[in-house]
Every structure is written in C-alpha cells, then in structure tokens.
Design a protein around this ligand. Structure first.
Ligand code: 5GP
Length: 125
C-alpha cells in the first residue's frame, strides 16, 4: 500500500527497525548520516537503498526539515555508495518515491540506487 507523504513519522516502520538493528539487512555502507543496504527484492543487478539515520518520512520531509549537515552527509553517502559499487562509469539511476502517486511503500526516506545493466527509459508509459 502506498503511503501518505504528509503522515507523521512512524517509528515502527521497517527501515526504522533496520536502523535499530531489530531486522537484519545486507549492509553495503554505513556512516554517521546514512545506512545503505541491498533491496530485499532487487529490480536490477545492483539495487541498493540508502536511508538517512534521522527520522524522515520522505524526500519532502527531509528536504524541508533536515539540517544542512544531515542533507550534506546523506547526499555524500549516496554518491559514495554508487562510486564504491563501480557504477559511475557505466551509469546508474537514483529514485526517491514520494507518496501515493509514486507508490512509496516504506515511510522512511530511501533513495534507490539502480545499476548493473542498461536501465532503459525513465518510466514505462
Ligand atoms: P518504495 O516503493 O517505498 O520506494 O520501495 C520500498 C523498497 O523497500 C522496495 O524496493 C522493497 O523491496 C524494499 N524493502 C521492503 N522491505 C524490505 C526489507 O525488510 N528489507 C530490505 N532490504 N528491503 C525492503
């Protein structure tokens, strides 16, 4: 079920549980600002999720309320992970689904990193 991007943060969401170590994940990278782990249901040969350590529902919440340090730290982490995965030269795609129309399912901001094959057109019409 897609989530409402304007809802308050729910600390029982699955990614909050992953951040607290209550649910296992295949970690790719972690620092003060972000955790990156393999998506449980990969849509490309490389499909990694990067989430901020802070409690933000979605991109709107994060971009409006996060500190400059959080935004910088998170953005640098996304770039670092893509670089470490060797995806810069072949290319990759970032995606941050936000709310109903984008079909965001987990109410903790996550950026998808897709790569490892030609990804085709941006959206299926
Ligand atoms: P959304 O549609 O919200 O942008 O994407 C949510 C993503 O989270 C999906 O790609 C889904 O496969 C992934 N996901 C959902 N639950 C889990 C989980 O427990 N572990 C991991 N690693 N990924 C999850």
């Amino acid at each position: 079920m897609p989530i409402d991007a304007t809802q308050p943060y729910d600390d029982q969401n699955i990614f909050a549980k992953i951040l607290r170590g209550e649910i296992p994940n295949r970690t790719v990278y972690e620092d003060e600002w972000a955790l990156a782990f393999h998506d449980i249901n990969p849509q490309a040969p490389d499909h990694v999720l990067v989430i901020p350590k802070g409690a933000y529902v979605c991109w709107d919440d994060f971009s409006a309320k996060a500190s400059d340090a959080e935004i910088a730290g998170f953005t640098r982490a996304v770039g670092h992970v893509a670089r470490e995965l060797g995806l810069v030269e072949p290319g990759y795609r970032l995606l941050a689904n936000t709310g109903f129309d984008a079909h965001q399912e987990v109410p903790h901001l996550h950026v998808h990193i897709f790569g490892g094959k030609p990804l085709g057109p941006m959206l299926v019409r």
